[in-house]
Design a protein around this ligand. Structure first.
Ligand code: SF4
Length: 680
């Protein structure tokens, strides 16, 4: 029995991108509770069950405690020095034999900014390539592309607290009450105080039920619907002419594209009644302050980046960016997926989204790191799978990311991982990916180390070491430093604060960030261009990074797959409230007593046609494979569509999904897979 805490340590939730602040209660060297902080800038005393009760995985009996080396079908325990020597030895050998392109890394969107920056530094300075990616590839990489090409910055334009100011909230392809519960609750509060709510989603989510308008479109038709809204804006004279003239360019090209997107043609493609399309456009344009939030229902599509662009076009046309209570606000998924991308764990940008060919950056990088910055873009995660199967990629080092359960087209991912000469996985548990590794390195949890996370509103917040990790276990940043030193490039930092100081030196948008300033409970919202700058709660108030924002006209194009006679149903995948992504954390907590399996939501019409009943186990079959799971008749999905989560490895759900991905960002199409159901 645990007593009351002896002390508390302020930290940040390590689940979703809301970034709720918590006080970890510590007694006798153990965390005993987590209490949401009243002065938490994004949660103000609120939290969801994951943050409050989902931390006990920290003490799960199957936490990894020592490095494990594969020998045949056996795991053999290794000492830490031997394990670190082994990584360094193999990577020097492979780099010197095959060149830098034979090595790649996938960093953790759950790790700290400092760890992610260092992993990128390791790749660029020690290996000499930009072959580094993170889980943003499979969630919001389409947002990065879509927002960079239009407004020149790829993060939320406003703050969570702006939901209190919005006159209308437009939720596109997001289910915040389950995936970002504190934001979901805040949207409900906004509705209670009188804000209008429009939800664009194929599913009848909780917010959709609450909404003034629910535009229940067919999966994969976001671009068509948003262009249809644009058509109404033009036809009915709802354009903010001054804003368009003063702050944007490319308007005429956009008009040419949306001119043909009449409510009738849009309705035909999307399934949304024409009068709802017109009504939504009118309300969005005339509310006096419309705030858009979007999630993976927007990005995880064959044309996900086009969807983001189509949404930005609407905001530009109506002057809804750069003002309080408006904007384009991606709901970033993992706790630090924003930060991992911000600090350069991308194959396409250095820290601060700086292009590799920037001469000033190159000079600063050489001066500070002593090594030249590689200028060639690196491989994105799907490219890594192709390179591994082709035999050109020899080794991958993956930190805190279970690709073997959560990436799409799992048979291909598994084949790629098995093709590698040397797979290194660093994690808290023997994940599905770790099970395929040659060497497994234990990780320290967020309760066991210092650092920072950046939440979905660009807020950099501290996490603080509350308790010791298992004996001998090092935080990820120290593991990377140890290997780097063994490969001839010592990187020694006394504390993560020194790593943040280096980030601030190299990335102008972090120039004013330092740990002493981050001691304030509200942290700092980037950009923070100088030590005197207070941080930025509202972006693009006076100008865009490019000067003027760019309308990018995009035509609707169909998803990668359409229903056929063999595969007549469309499967959508997503998260549920109780569990988190691969479930590695939540499945090792008391939350398992609430939900212990993935469930397939099916409309009553389809269930009746197939003679299916609640709880019945079915076989779900796609062109890639099959999965078994129980059905639940639900009015949340439309006829012909299905929904399920991917939290349990025994479901092996992602084996069903294709490799179809967004053209430019390579964000996979998790939201449209054609399947059939077979009775078992
Ligand atoms: Fe953690 Fe997100 Fe829940 Fe807040 S809303 S407690 S950040 S999972």
């Amino acid at each position: 029995e645990q007593g009351p805490p002896e002390r508390t340590v302020r930290t940040t939730c390590a689940y979703c991108g809301v970034g709720c602040a918590f006080d970890a209660g510590v007694g006798d060297g153990t965390v005993v509770n987590m209490v949401p902080a009243d002065d938490g800038p994004s949660n103000q005393g609120h939290a969801c069950m994951k943050g409050r009760f989902g931390w006990t995985y920290n003490y799960a009996p199957d936490r990894l405690r020592v490095p494990l080396l594969r020998q045949g079908n056996q795991w053999v325990e290794m000492s830490w020095p031997d394990a670190l020597d082994r990584i360094a030895h193999e990577w020097v050998r492979l780099r010197d034999t095959y060149g830098p392109d034979a090595l790649a890394t996938i960093s953790s969107s759950r790790g700290t900014n400092e760890e992610n920056y260092l992993f990128g530094k390791f790749m660029r300075c020690v290996v000499g390539s930009n072959h580094i990616d993170n889980c943003a590839r499979v969630c919001h990489s389409a947002t990065v592309t879509g927002m960079m090409d239009t407004i020149g910055a790829s993060a939320a334009t406003n703050s969570i607290q702006d939901l209190d100011l919005a006159k209308l909230v437009l939720v596109v392809g997001a289910n915040p009450t389950e995936s970002h519960p504190v934001v979901g609750a805040r949207i409900k509060q906004a509705v209670r105080r009188g804000a209008a709510l429009i939800v664009i989603d194929p599913r009848r989510t909780e917010l959709a039920r609450l909404a003034d308008l629910h535009l229940q479109l067919h999966p994969g038709t976001n671009v068509a619907l948003l262009n249809g809204l644009g058509h109404i804006l033009i036809q009915e004279g709802l354009i903010d002419q001054d804003y368009v003239r003063d702050r944007t360019q490319g308007f005429e090209e956009w008009v040419k594209v949306v001119e043909s997107c009449t409510p009738e043609t849009t309705s035909k493609v999307t399934g949304v009644p024409a009068h709802l399309i017109a009504e939504a456009a009118r309300r969005y344009a005339t509310s006096g302050g419309s705030m858009a939030v979007h999630g993976l229902g927007m990005t995880e599509h064959r044309w996900g980046s086009h969807g983001v662009m189509a949404l930005v076009n609407l905001a530009l046309a109506t002057g809804n960016i750069g003002k309080p209570g408006t904007g384009i606000n991606p709901l970033r998924g993992q706790n630090n997926v924003q930060g991992a991308s911000d600090v350069g764990c991308l194959p396409t940008f250095f820290a601060g989204y700086q292009p590799f060919d920037n001469p000033e950056l190159a000079a600063a990088h050489l001066a500070i790191t002593g090594r030249p910055l590689p200028t060639t873009r690196g491989m994105k995660t799907p490219d890594m799978w192709d390179a591994a199967i082709a035999g050109t990629l020899k080794s991958l080092w993956i930190i805190g990311y279970d690709v073997a359960q959560t990436d799409p087209n799992l048979k291909k991912v598994h084949a790629a991982l098995k093709s590698l000469e040397f797979l290194i996985v660093q994690d808290l548990f023997l994940s599905e990916t770790a099970k395929l590794a040659h060497l497994v390195i234990p990780g320290a949890s967020f309760l066991e180390k210092d650092g920072t996370f950046t939440n979905l509103e660009r807020r950099i917040q501290r996490i603080r070491k509350a308790v010791e990790p298992p004996a001998g276990v090092l935080p990820d940043w120290q593991v990377v430093c140890e290997v780097s030193a063994r490969m001839g490039y010592p990187m020694w930092y006394g504390h993560p604060s020194a790593i943040m100081d280096e980030i601030a030196q190299l990335a102008p948008m972090f120039a004013g960030v330092s740990y002493d300033r981050l001691e304030a409970p509200e942290g700092l919202q980037w950009p923070v261009p100088s030590k005197e700058h207070p941080g930025t709660s509202l972006m693009h108030e006076h100008s865009f990074p490019k000067g003027k924002a760019q309308f990018v006209a995009v035509d609707y194009l169909p998803p990668g797959e359409s229903p056929t006679e063999t595969y007549p149903l469309v499967l959508i995948t997503g998260r549920i409230l109780q569990h988190y992504n691969c479930g590695a954390q939540t499945r090792r907590t008391g939350i398992m007593q609430v939900v212990d399996t993935d469930v397939l939501e099916i409309h009553a019409r389809d269930a009746a046609q197939l003679d299916l009943h609640d709880g019945e186990i079915v076989r779900l079959v796609s062109a890639r494979g099959e999965a078994r799971l129980p059905v639940m008749v639900s009015d949340r999905v439309q006829p012909g569509e299905l929904f399920t989560s991917f939290h349990f490895p025994h479901t092996d759900l992602n084996v069903l999904l294709s490799s179809s991905a967004d053209e430019s960002s390579k964000c996979p199409e998790y939201k449209v897979s054609t399947v059939r159901i077979e009775k078992v």
